[in-house]
Design a protein around this ligand. Structure first.
Ligand code: 6PG
Length: 239
């Protein structure tokens, strides 16, 4: 377990950006699945504003690990957030951006997205393989858009599933567990005191950890790296 703990969100963003630069080095094509939510905002800002010159963006192919079933102009859209914090600040070919078409609710395009993954990515036993999947973790232990109340979606045979947010009922499209765990690298970006309890449960496998989808992130042959700030790591034994 590669656990990297930093002072605050800003340092997590800087350290992750340096890691991202390293991961893309020398790659002819680098396929990355982005996460949504709020943590990536500062990460994308730092990546774009401090590290952009160290990445050949023409080689980076962007996907999302999950997306809300809303138009790309909606403030809930992970795509919109990524445009604001990353794509608006770097030169990346439009064809390298593989947006999940989330306009419809529920999104019948989910399967098309899965097919798209199969066209553009190498496959390991029929499972699309990313170079990097970036994940966050919710206060409830969800990751991507696999929530505890429908954790069975993690094991779906479909590479992309249509999920439902437990409070808002919002429909979302999410990669399933097999695609996430087939990735060469998986990086968890988790910050803030509200995550500390679930970080402890998932990393130290405390009582009931199996109910949290984040605990199912166990790359079959790839590396799993946790980027945490001190608040999120505050309940871990080594702290
Ligand atoms: C999303 C995300 C989701 C997110 C977690 C953590 O679409 O919202 O992919 O899984 O990573 O909810 O979000 P924060 O970083 O905002 O805490």
């Amino acid at each position: 377990m590669d656990l990297r703990i930093f002072k605050d969100k800003q340092e997590v963003a800087e350290q992750f950006s340096a890691y991202f630069v390293e991961q893309t080095k020398g790659k002819e094509a680098f396929h990355v699945a982005l996460s949504g939510g709020s943590t990536p905002k500062i990460v994308f800002d730092v990546l774009a504003e401090k590290f952009a010159g160290q990445v050949d963006w023409s080689k980076v192919h962007f996907y999302w690990g999950d997306e809300r079933c809303v138009p790309p102009t909606d403030d809930e859209s992970n795509y919109k957030m990524t445009v604001e914090h990353l794509f608006s600040k770097i030169e990346v070919p439009q064809e390298n951006i593989n947006r999940i078409l989330g306009e419809k609710d529920p999104n019948p395009e989910a399967m098309r997205y899965a097919n798209l993954l199969e066209i553009d990515l190498d496959r390991v036993e029929e499972v699309p393989q990313f170079d990097l999947v970036i994940l966050g973790m919710g206060d409830d232990g969800h990751t991507a858009s696999i929530f505890p109340h429908e954790i069975e979606l993690w094991d779906s045979e479909d590479h992309c599933v249509v999920a439902t947010h437990p409070e808002s009922g919002q429909k979302r499209v999410s990669l399933n567990g097999k695609v996430i765990n087939t990735s060469k690298e998986v990086a968890f970006l988790v910050t803030g005191a509200s995550k500390a309890e679930k970080v402890e449960a998932v990393i130290e496998k405390t009582e009931g950890f199996e109910q949290y989808p984040a605990s199912l992130v166990q790359p079959t042959s790839g590396n799993l790296v946790w980027f945490l700030d001190e608040e999120a790591a505050s309940k871990l034994n080594q702290n």
